[in-house]
Design a protein around this ligand. Structure first.
Ligand SMILES: Nc1ncnc2c1ncn2[C@@H]1O[C@H](COP(=O)(O)OP(=O)(O)OP(=O)(O)O)[C@@H](O)[C@H]1O
Length: 369
């Protein structure tokens, strides 16, 4: 099915009070009907992107398009967007019904239609029958649902969610992750969700934008980003990684930990210094003779589903391994991994540069053989 672009940022920069650049020439496209997550550390500009989409702040430069039309100067109430805030911003003096009806009343929708729409929205979030409850009588998860009902009742094309789960305890948070994802599927409208929690982003999203220092470091599906981090920041931020220094020998051959290894990477220069990532779960433990790297186990922790081993190689590189087999501290073992488990990253490469490199080498055309 052809996906329709609903929001587009073209070289958008944002500076508050002429000070530091919070967003630095950011460009991306948001398609209709998908669940997007903006992921990044505190202060990286996630909320600023939501505020620009909602119209609560203006871009310093660049264009913001909604359904192909420039909306830089369109007031918030004219945008087909609703926001669910971190603290839900519900009105404590109004009951559940009136909280959800609020936007409709402002738009002077007729009373009969208000009743129908509010009922529908509350049914959608499993709160039918709670109309007359006070907000103070609702639990955290229920308040969350009221906030969502209040957003969907306006039939927006996009819902913006700014860390909506951060106030909930871990158990409720996990339950709400499922609920939100399911709700988005049923509604079929675009959700743009902000979080600094990488597990939450991986679990919920169709697409993730990883942000740091006002730039999108990488965008893609959770699998793309987890399996093929393009730079050290992304590899470090998403999941646990082993990152060691290496040197590219030639296409499909890299050296690290004192040895040469076949890899699937290409388009880097011979003798170029690189960073090499191997995920802890992509390494198996074996005998020293059979392993690709020879290591000594320095610590072992049982984590329920696996053992977490910390190992040190002959060049003093540390390797974290998730293994279903255990290995006692002090033993010498071998670590085995496939050439496809080695991810070679050009130091400091941006997503654009990475895409250009792959394009010029025809991604996946040449094989390692
Ligand atoms: N109204 C404002 N005036 C001046 N600076 C601001 C304003 N709003 C945000 N900033 C600054 O812009 C930067 C990005 O803020 P933003 O809220 O977008 O980050 P964030 O990624 O959402 O962070 P968090 O996860 O902590 O909410 C921060 O350094 C922040 O201090």
């Amino acid at each position: 099915m052809e996906q329709k672009t609903i929001i587009q940022f073209k070289d958008v920069s944002k500076q508050y009070d002429n000070e530091t650049l919070v967003l630095d020439n950011v460009s991306f496209e948001i398609e209709q009907g998908k669940f997007y997550t903006l992921l990044g550390p505190s202060g990286c500009g996630k909320t600023t992107i939501l505020r620009l989409i909602a119209g609560f702040t203006e871009a310093s430069s660049g264009e913001i398009l909604f359904n192909g039309k420039k909306i830089n100067n369109l007031p918030p109430n004219k945008r087909l967007v609703n926001t669910v805030f971190q603290d839900y911003a519900l009105f404590p003096h109004l009951n559940v019904f009136e909280n959800v009806a609020f936007g409709l009343r402002i738009r002077k929708v007729k009373e009969k239609a208000i009743k129908e729409k509010v009922k529908q929205a509350l049914t959608f979030v499993n709160l039918a029958g709670y109309e007359n409850r006070e907000i103070s009588e609702m639990s955290g998860g229920q308040r969350q649902r009221v906030a969502i009902a209040r957003a969907i009742v306006n039939e927006p094309q996009v819902i913006l969610l700014d860390e909506p789960l951060s106030a909930l305890d871990l158990k409720l948070r996990t339950a709400m992750q499922y609920e939100l994802r399911e709700l988005q599927r049923r509604l079929g409208i675009t959700f743009i969700f902000v979080t600094h929690d990488q597990e939450e982003a991986l679990a919920m999203s169709d697409e993730i934008f990883v942000l740091n220092k006002g730039k999108i470091q990488q965008s893609g599906t959770p699998n793309d980003i987890y399996d093929e981090p393009i730079n050290r920041f992304v590899a470090d931020f998403i999941g646990e990684s082993n990152i060691v220094k290496g040197t590219m020998i030639r296409d499909f051959l890299v050296s690290f930990a004192g040895k040469e290894f076949e890899c699937v990477d290409q388009g880097l220069n011979p003798n170029e210094p690189v960073e090499v990532v191997i995920r802890p779960e992509d390494m198996e433990i074996t005998t020293p003779e059979r392993g690709k790297i020879h290591v000594t186990v320095s610590s072992q922790l049982f984590r329920g589903v696996h053992y977490e081993l910390m190992c040190v190689d002959e060049n003093s590189n540390e390797w974290l391994v998730h293994s279903t087999k255990k290995a006692a501290v002090g033993t010498e073992i071998g670590l085995h991994f496939g050439s496809e488990d080695i991810h070679v990253m050009r130091i400091g490469e941006t997503e654009e540069e990475f895409d250009r490199r792959l394009e010029s080498y025809g991604e996946g055309d040449a094989s390692a053989e």
